[in-house]
Design a protein around this ligand. Structure first.
Ligand code: C5J
Length: 232
């Protein structure tokens, strides 16, 4: 167990039981012409976290810890997209409508793919989710249980929608949750800060927050401890 600096207080980091979950780093949210842009958002804010997210993913891979990617997307027949979700968009820009990157938020379309810089490595899990939360209507819970995971580090977009929803779901399921503040982003700066403040308030009521560098240092420290134990 490593103790790492976090807010609202130090996080007891267990590198033998932790997985990284990278939420929805998809072209539809990060690139012009996708779902996010169709809602009138400035996608460049989200593109800015790609390098920090890539560093975090590389650290987990180097430590031999699971990296799980999610994609918010729907079946081509939209059977998993309730009208209440689809009809909220403007006509022509709704989920399932044709856009510059294919049908918006539909599995298998170019827009639903993870951005090239953060492509899953062979063997890494990719969870397609029809909801904002990654536990809803997916096998994520069973998968984490099979892996013996008790802690989750969160990265991805958007902080106050799919990241926050999934972190709250995970917290209610008993996971200790840590969000990487510089590897998550919102289209609205104030929403990102408010979401993290809400989750870390009241004694980490949903979880903890820290920087990518701190998490990477925790993984490195654990590696060094393992090496030192092995040489005894
Ligand atoms: C949204 C997401 N914002 N991945 N999805 O609709 O946060």
């Amino acid at each position: 167990m490593e103790t790492i600096a976090a807010r609202p207080f130090a996080f007891a980091f267990d590198p033998s039981r932790v997985a990284l979950i990278v939420i929805d780093m998809q072209r539809d949210f990060l690139e012009p012409g996708g779902f996010g842009a169709s809602l009138g958002n400035d996608v460049s804010r989200l593109q800015a976290i790609v390098p920090a997210t890539a560093r975090l993913i590389a650290g987990f891979r180097a430590a031999g810890r699971p990296v799980i990617h999610t994609r918010e997307c729907h079946r081509p027949d939209l059977a998993d997209c309730p009208p209440a979700k689809r009809l909220r968009g403007a006509p022509g820009l709704r989920i399932g409508d044709a856009g510059p990157m294919g049908r918006i938020l539909i599995a298998g379309e170019p827009g639903a793919e993870i951005v090239p810089e953060l492509q899953p490595a062979p063997g890494e899990s990719v969870v397609d989710k029809p909801g904002k939360g990654a536990f809803c209507a997916t096998d994520l819970g069973a998968h984490l249980e099979a892996l013996g995971i008790t802690q989750l580090v969160f990265a991805g977009v958007t902080t106050e929608v799919c990241v926050q929803t999934t972190m709250r779901e995970a917290n209610d399921r008993g996971y200790e949750c840590l969000i990487a503040e510089d590897a998550t982003e919102s289209y609205f700066a104030a929403f990102k800060h408010a979401a993290i403040d809400m989750m870390t308030a009241q004694g980490a009521i949903v979880g903890w927050a820290t920087e990518v560098a701190t998490i990477l240092a925790g993984l490195e420290a654990a590696k060094a401890s393992r090496r030192a134990e092995a040489s005894l």
